[in-house]
Design a binder for this molecule. Structure first.
Ligand code: PEP
Ligand code: MN
Length: 337
């Protein structure tokens, strides 16, 4: 941490800051320039975090050098983390495609979707049983019945299940069925829920909040890892910008940025990132090229009659065509799919 003193700060103020740091058990590195003094505070992150140096007389600003997260950072663990979900590895050489409808609507719809995505090469079935909808009048999900259909689809296809958990109250129920617990974008900073999923022995797919910075997203992951669950998969799903043509702006820059800052695997959800099916395939390919470890894609047997997110859902035909293209690209990138 670096403390920049005000230009008019006197010797006693500089001494005051140094003594404050030393009392906290930190070493001090003083750099006295012609115009102003800069104080470097060296030592344990824990000792630095509680200090409110901005409030001391003569301090202009405090610049943090270390990232505020630790366990999820690349510095803490230089090698990539590979998250194991049952027999699958997320974050290794193999790219995992999670596909299926936005919501579980009925038994026939889900089973049809499951068989189709499995045949096309997906390894994980997505489908919401509890749906966070912007409008209270929209379809809210089948809840327990939806989870039962997901379990049946897993049984029938061998696909793993990723499904959203919206609150701590329903967590035990969702965890009973899900292979991977999805924390939705709207809940990325529901710190209470993050602490709860940290105590469950299941991988967590943590979506980026629509207005979350990369740092806030990683801090949310830090909640889960520091709470005892190191199996966190990050999911970029687009952020809110001034652009209104697409549902969100798919921030693919976050993929290499996350790879640099963190050892956690990162996947991309181009469906919610864009909101229009037409643009999903090119951006899914772009995500893979950017270094994503997997994709989360909405596919519906009949998008036109979907109860949720039909406009962004791929038809079976479009999904199969995309999977063929992804396989080609994965080979070129030295990965498998
Ligand atoms: C979803 O995956 O269906 C979903 C609701 O996503 P998000 O939380 O990213 O909006
Ligand atoms: Mn959706």
């Amino acid at each position: 941490m670096i403390v920049v003193m005000q230009q008019e700060a006197g010797e006693s103020e500089v001494r005051g800051v140094c003594e404050h740091l030393e009392r906290a058990g930190l070493a001090v590195h003083l750099s006295q320039g012609v115009e102003r003094t800069i104080i470097g505070a060296i030592g344990d992150r824990g000792k630095l975090s509680g200090l409110v140096l901005e409030a001391l007389p003569g301090v202009e600003k405090v610049v943090s050098i270390l990232a505020p997260y630790k366990l999820v950072s690349r510095t803490f663990r230089p090698e990539d983390t590979v998250v194991e979900a049952d027999h699958l590895a997320i974050g290794g050489r193999a790219v995992q495609v999670m596909a299926g409808p936005c919501a579980v609507e009925d038994r026939a719809q889900l089973l049809e979707a499951a068989h189709m995505v499995k045949e096309a090469g997906a390894t994980i079935l997505r489908g919401g049983a509890f749906k966070p909808r912007s409008s209270p009048y929209s379809f809210q999900g089948l809840e327990r019945k939806g989870l039962e259909y997901l379990a049946e689809a897993r049984e029938a296809t061998g696909l793993l299940i990723v499904t959203e958990v919206m609150d701590a109250g329903t967590l035990p129920l969702v965890a009973e069925y899900a292979d991977i617990l999805q924390i939705g974008a709207r809940n990325m900073q529901n710190f209470f829920l993050l602490r709860e999923v940290a105590q469950v022995d299941k991988p967590v797919l943590l979506k980026r909040g629509p207005s979350a910075t990369v740092e806030e997203w990683l801090l949310s992951a830090e909640y889960i890892v520091s709470g005892g669950n190191s199996r966190v998969i990050l999911c970029e799903r687009g952020i809110r910008t001034f652009e209104t043509y697409t549902r969100n702006t798919l921030d693919l820059t976050s993929v290499p940025v996350i790879k640099h800052l963190s050892h956690l695997p990162v996947i991309v959800d181009p469906s919610h990132g864009i909101g229009k099916w037409r643009y999903v395939p090119p951006m899914a390919l772009a995500a893979l090229a950017a270094g994503a470890d997997g994709l989360l894609i909405e596919v519906h047997p009949h998008p036109a009659s979907a109860l949720c997110d039909g406009p962004q859902s791929l038809t079976p035909e479009n999904f199969r065509a995309l999977m063929d293209q992804l396989k080609g690209l994965a080979g070129f990138l030295g990965r498998t799919l």
